[in-house]
Design a protein around this ligand. Sequence first.
Ligand SMILES: [Ca+2]
Ligand SMILES: [Ca+2]
Length: 179
Amino acid sequence: MSVLKTIQQGFTLMEIIVGIVTLSVVLLLVSAVVGPQFQQSANPMLEVRANELAQSVLNEIIGKAFDENSPVGGALRCSETGAPSCTAATSLGADIGESRPDYDDVDDYINITLQDALGKDLSLSGLYTGFSLGISVFYDDDLNGIQDVGDGNLFKLIRLTVTSPNQQDFVFTVYKGNY
Ligand SMILES: [Ca+2]
Ligand SMILES: [Ca+2]
């Protein structure tokens, strides 16, 4: 009788509590190790998409004129003798009467949105769900990556930041010269 009674005994309350605590610690460690790996495994795909998005947008921008007053095609460059001055640093951006289809110089693109970049093509929008982008353009005549104090007339730095759905920023920069 005493043998049967011993076999029917289960875990004590203390054993159950210790077991639960141990299991919790193990699960915590596993999630801490495996969690970042899941996140990193998605990064290459996000990087590829961010890169192709940035390349597409930058290709369009870099093909436009240096400045509103420096038209493409061999005319006098802005701020040259006999030509109008380049746009003041404080006035960079889309020019009077211009909307997205009219952008013709690199700084017109300041603050365009992802929707501006993709247009109304919903199939493309679906590829970039959760992405966003921001663009800044400023004079950097000494090519040091820092915005010049005052106006310039030689180089503009175009900085495009693509933010992925996991809030990681990918920054791309390109210079446009006044030629
Ligand atoms: Ca313009
Ligand atoms: Ca402009």
